[in-house]
Design a protein around this ligand. Sequence first.
Ligand SMILES: Nc1ncnc2c1ncn2[C@@H]1O[C@H](COP(=O)(O)OP(=O)(O)OP(=O)(O)O)[C@@H](O)[C@H]1O
Ligand code: NI
Length: 317
Amino acid sequence: MALLEVKGVSVSFRRARGWFAHEESEVIQDLDLTVNEGEIVAVVGASGSGKSVLAQAIMGILPASARLEGQICYAEELLTRERQLRLRGDELVYIPQSVTHLDPLLKVGKQVQPVHRKPGERRLSSRLQMHKAERELTDRYQLPKGTTKKYPYELSGGMARRVLMATATSGEPKLIIADEPTPGIHPEVLADTMKQFREMADRGAGILWITHDIASALTAADRIAVFYAGSCVEIAQVMDFTGTGDGLRHPYTRALWNALPQNGFQPIPGSQPLANQRRGSGCPFAPRCTAATPACTDQHPELRKLRGGEVRCIHAT
Ligand SMILES: Nc1ncnc2c1ncn2[C@@H]1O[C@H](COP(=O)(O)OP(=O)(O)OP(=O)(O)O)[C@@H](O)[C@H]1O
Ligand code: NI
């Protein structure tokens, strides 16, 4: 079953311009993405491509200046504001990109206790729960003993990140939106985090995992969604990332793959256009694409199915 379906979602931000006027920049454009039960979908793409904005749209925490179009469904029903509020922190959990999301005034231990929402289920005594939280943090996340008694400001960035992970995974969530959960994490903890994601997925959860690190995404994800300038340009299978990238469908995905150290560090010239620099309606990658033709600048390519994946490029075969 599809746990998360993002259908034709666009997000734009309104900004004042001068005294009376305002301008809108579209930072996500007509996005389609699905996460099924038991599946880990990694979202990769350059900084500013719209990954975190998508996470915020799903969680219902976009700022008031944002306008969202399109539909987001959870468990095959529209994810309305009311459902977002009801499911958040329970079935639907979020690991935010910024550690400022920890409550600064609450000791860490209080923040990693599992939620018990089932009717009639007795809450564990608070001391017992504290012990459980402590064990989780020391055993699984290798944090020093006593971490639960600390306040967030007493933790390093990497420690705070592990606390965020523990906070999000201490219950039994169905859909996890993890925005860059791994930077600053020790390689062993990284491997364990990915193992934990896999176990949760094997129990039926769906995970949308936003990351800069394609190499680690490839070791744990089932499918990879590639973002460029607010568009999802390709959805690939992990096994497509091999050799010189001939199995990949979009020139940007191929360029990302060939820019990895193990593939010879071949950078692509130019840079991703910012939302307010995108001109016209063509393919956003066209200005940097060696395969671009005049037709590429005419219209935004449709997302179409190709060789077991999806692509937005009129030339992909
Ligand atoms: N609250 C906001 N108001 C205005 N613009 C915003 C806001 N939040 C994000 N943006 C813009 O939306 C675009 C996408 O940002 P987003 O944070 O989603 O990028 P990202 O892909 O997560 O990047 P990174 O990899 O650096 O985390 C950027 O151009 C950013 O400046
Ligand atoms: Ni981000």
